[in-house]
Write a protein that binds this ligand. Structure first.
Ligand code: PDD
Length: 281
């Protein structure tokens, strides 16, 4: 495998950053994960628009021009022969002697791009079965709308999910409503077939897959409502699912040990998943 690190393509095994990289010391950086399907990077424009927003919110400069980054992402995919998989990119505020203040002007932001393959067959099997989620109290900072590499609460929540025999953990607001998963957005389908997902103005990450699923839903003639929903509503919903570049549309069949409907993936969810691959190119 080949990785891109600050201007160089290097063997993945040797790809490393400096001990004083601010991403390492302060989680002072942002990232994107894009899906690769049939050799194409999906939703590149939306991902780079979101990267631009994350960088601006943290006042980190683009490490290289946007056009150049697009080229590097495609090149890393090509050099790794990824047909189906993921591209990961991370930008940090760069390398500087440890000090909380921003480093001196002119400090070059650090850029890393990697790619890896994933198996569509494994994902399809998982989607056919559906996944379990657990709920955990929201304990992240307020700016989760910025896609930063500060993911410790997400790591702990997901590990807790795994240890409970689940795949994902949903962060729950103090009012009992579902915010989002540790690395996915959360959705339900109501009895009349309406898709419901939390508004992304604040308090959650505005998922790219979330946006594309809305496009797909429109094409399928499905209604989408952006509103909060409670854990109880989700448990009693007709269907539930999660979305992310890593999972695309993944049915949720169990919440905290309670089956969603009959405990099998719902038909609306599965048709969305199928249509996503057909339409979202
Ligand atoms: N996670 N919410 C959170 C907290 C996320 O970390 C992610 C993505 C999403 C879904 O966003 P998108 O549809 O753009 O992937 C929602 C990535 C995949 C990750 O951390 O691996």
């Amino acid at each position: 495998r080949i990785a891109y690190v600050n201007g160089r393509y290097t063997p993945h095994a040797d790809a490393s950053v400096h001990v004083e990289d601010r991403g390492y010391q302060f989680a002072d950086g942002v990232y994107e994960v894009c899906e690769v399907a049939r050799g194409n990077i999906m939703d590149m424009t939306r991902h780079l628009d979101r990267l631009d927003r994350s960088l601006r919110e943290l006042r980190i400069e683009w490490p290289i021009a946007r056009r150049a980054l697009e080229f590097v992402m495609r090149e890393v995919v090509r050099r790794n022969h990824v047909e189906n998989g993921l591209v990961y990119l991370q930008v940090t505020r760069g390398v500087a002697p440890r000090d909380h203040y921003f480093p001196a002007a002119g400090t070059q932001p650090a850029l890393v791009v990697t790619a890896k393959r994933s198996s569509p067959a494994v994902a399809a099997r998982r989607a056919a079965e559906g996944v379990k989620v657990i709920t955990v109290p929201e304990n992240r900072w307020e700016r989760v709308d910025i896609k930063t590499v500060g993911l410790l609460p997400n790591v702990l929540a997901r590990q807790k999910a795994r240890e409970a025999g689940a795949v994902e953990a949903w962060f729950i607001d103090t009012d009992g409503t579902v915010k989002e998963g540790a690395s996915t957005n959360a959705w339900i389908v109501t009895a009349d077939g309406t898709l419901v997902t939390r508004p992304a103005e604040f308090g959650i990450l505005r998922g790219i897959t979330r946006a594309t699923v809305m496009d797909v839903a429109k094409k399928l003639g499905l209604k989408v409502e952006e509103r909060s929903f409670s854990v109880d509503e989700a448990k009693g919903a007709k269907e539930a699912f999660i979305t992310a570049a890593t999972t695309v549309v993944m049915p949720v069949v169990d919440i905290d040990g309670a089956s969603v409907a009959n405990g099998h993936p719902g038909s609306v969810t599965l048709s969305l998943r199928e249509a996503f691959f057909d339409i979202a190119e």
